[in-house]
Design a protein. Structure first.
Length: 418
């Protein structure tokens, strides 16, 4: 991004003393006015150092966070006009840090504490936890089930939204802190929790919850019905060329599936969402990009059943109306009786949220009501030696929220061993 445009964006910031963008909008509570001020003063390294006090994923969060629902959504400038483009500024600083080889926590690494920590899962939560633990002087080893780190940053967000080279370079800064990695280690298979608890002082579980939830409708088990999370992660796509594909859901996973499948040659991609557009959890810019790519949206439509003998042939939909029920703060969709209709369809992709893998129930830890791992306010599980974070522990499903959970656990561990 041209430096002139960056400078123009920084001048738009009012440098508010109350910092609603940071304190109200940003899950990580990045010191946004201060890092922008440093850019204004042409001190990009200082801007980077300010950001590293709270985050280690600057070039990534700057691109994929739902800024309008987080930091930019709380920007004072946005009350009467456009908000400061905080995402672009954070991404700019992160990019410069990579190009100029700025070191994470440069000169602020604490002495070794002689304590060993195992982090299971190398996604945003695990990477962030590992980085801050290394800063605090712990010996950290990440156990990762794949032969690469990044988790959803690599297999959950398509290349057209987030460069894999950028992810790799960002992760390298964390590894340069002395973090060890053991690849192809999968909990519940060739990795045992009991063995880790015997070898390490503390365990942090951050392997995500990436199993697609089902609707429970008739025909959901037909050939041609896929889970969106699994499609993005494993990339085992059928031949979509000339086919009609329905995406069920309204979050960023739904948008990523829709845009990916359209780019793979589908004739028609329809996003079916039972609420109104304004209620979609997906980032506004992702919805707009999908529309530009000729993806059709069927708002206030619900799936009744999926039809076909052995494979998907059609889907039956019903229109909904939004009703505010007594005691509810949000309008809920209610099916409109008699408004059913059927459309031809070749494939259906469920993108309705996700849950943890089945083996989690066999770990001997208390579970929450969603089947994930129950934790207290510090991220500690029912085993005092084990912490958990990210979606596995019920954290909101964005990169920033996952990173916050990892950072906060690292801070808790540091307090307990200081």
């Amino acid at each position: 991004m041209e430096i002139e445009k960056i400078k123009e964006k920084t001048e738009y910031c009012l440098n508010c003393k109350m910092k609603p963008c940071s304190q109200k909008g940003c899950p990580l509570e990045n010191n946004i006015p201060s890092f922008i001020k440093a850019i204004k003063e042409n001190d990009i390294k200082e801007a980077y150092n300010i950001l590293t006090e709270t985050t280690v994923l600057q070039p990534l969060c700057g691109r994929v966070c739902p800024h309008k629902k987080q930091c930019e959504g709380s920007c004072v400038r946005g009350i009467k006009g456009e908000a400061v483009n905080i995402g672009d500024l954070e991404a700019f600083v992160g990019d410069v840090a990579i190009n100029e080889n700025y070191k994470l926590f440069d000169g602020k690494i604490e002495e070794k504490k002689g304590k060993k920590i195992a982090v299971v899962g190398g996604g945003p939560a695990g990477l962030t936890c590992s980085a801050f633990l290394a800063k605090y002087g712990f010996d950290v080893t990440i156990y990762e089930k794949y032969d690469y780190l990044g988790g959803l940053l690599v297999h959950g967000i398509p290349e057209f939204r987030l460069s894999k080279d950028l992810v790799k370079n960002t992760i390298q800064k964390i590894l340069d802190l002395g973090v060890n990695v053991k690849y192809n280690q999968e909990l519940g298979k060739n990795l045992k929790l009991e063995s880790l608890t015997n070898e390490y002082d503390v365990i942090f579980l951050s392997f995500g919850a990436n199993i697609t939830s089902k609707m429970g409708v008739e025909g959901e088990d037909l050939k041609g019905v896929f889970g969106g999370n699994e499609l993005l992660e494993k990339k085992c796509y059928p031949d979509y060329k000339g086919k009609n594909v329905a995406i069920i859901g309204g979050g960023n996973v739904a948008m990523d599936c829709a845009r990916t499948i359209k780019r793979l040659g589908a004739e028609s991609v329809k996003v079916i969402y039972r609420r109104a557009e304004k209620q979609m959890p997906a980032e506004e810019k992702e919805i707009e990009e999908a529309k530009k790519e000729n993806i059709e949206f069927l708002f206030q439509n619900n799936v009744v059943k999926i039809l076909g003998k052995d494979k998907v042939e059609k889907i039956e939909l019903i229109k909904t109306e939004l009703v505010k029920k007594e005691g509810e703060t949000r309008e809920v969709p209610v099916n409109i009786e008699g408004s059913n209709y059927i459309i031809d369809m070749d494939y259906v992709v469920m993108a309705l949220g996700s849950h943890a893998e089945d083996f989690v129930k066999d770990l001997g830890l208390k579970l929450n009501k969603y089947g994930g791992i129950a934790v207290d306010e510090n991220g500690r599980t029912s085993n005092p030696k084990i912490f958990a974070g990210g979606e596995l522990a019920g954290t909101k499903g964005t990169v920033a929220w996952a990173a916050k959970s990892g950072r906060d656990v690292a801070m808790t561990i540091n307090k307990e061993y200081n």
